[in-house]
Design a protein. Sequence first.
Length: 298
Amino acid sequence: MSFTVYQAAPGLLPELVRELGDAVTAVRDPLVAADGPARPAAFAANVWLDPQYLEAPSIGQGAKNLRAVQRNWQVVPTGFHRRAALIAEKLPKVSAKPLVFGAPLPEAPLGAFTLWEENLILASPRLREPVPDGVYRFEEDRVGPPSRAYLKLWELFTRLGIAPRPGELCLDMGGSPGGWAWVLAGLGARVFCIDKAPLAPSVAGHPLVESCQGSAFGLDPRHVGAVDWLFSDVICYPDRLYDWLGRWLELGQCRRFVLTVKLQGETDFDLLARFRDLPGASLLHLSHNKHELTFTRL
């Protein structure tokens, strides 16, 4: 029977195990093996798409067997840490340079391996994400954006390969102090931000940014008209966010949605399933998310 290996986002191993349910066959932090082909797993930072076992009767032979499959590998320790590290030392070094937003992602195949047993490697030459551990690290802009929230959108647009285009209209709900508006305006999109708190002056003064102070949830979608994108990083309970999203979907005048689902208290998997079951929807955990998920409907 085929199986898939999922690598949990940091601190979210219990959520990943619950998300995969009865398909789980083994758990070795941060990895979860589950029966069947790869499936959507919001709490996985990466997914091993082609897991296979390789013999490692010695450190040198283990490295040789990995190199016979392909050049680039990263080690994900789950046990036998010293032996796994020694195998990794015999493999070519993988670049760990930060990504540049807007530049192409690495094209060279990157695989991952772990020592499943002392003399047995579990490896996958194909991964869902082309970066080590599925973690997107960028060369940060420490001058322009007023908060580090901008990294969420940099990562999302990089991973999905889609972003607002010049001239498109974006609503930025709960956007203060303006990290998301800074990204969107930088792409040439028109941004209208609603928050009870003001935007940072550097963002509020951008010619493509307009704002008003008020409640994002107080905005009636019927009074807005056609919108290209709706963004929300509002702090609220997930059930309230779901009901609010439903009003926008019912009206049908917004084409694309990007919402942060803040996971407050015990994770409500039934509610997350309702988010995911919406037509065209997906849920994922960004490297720059904390105890939250990003909902998209593109």
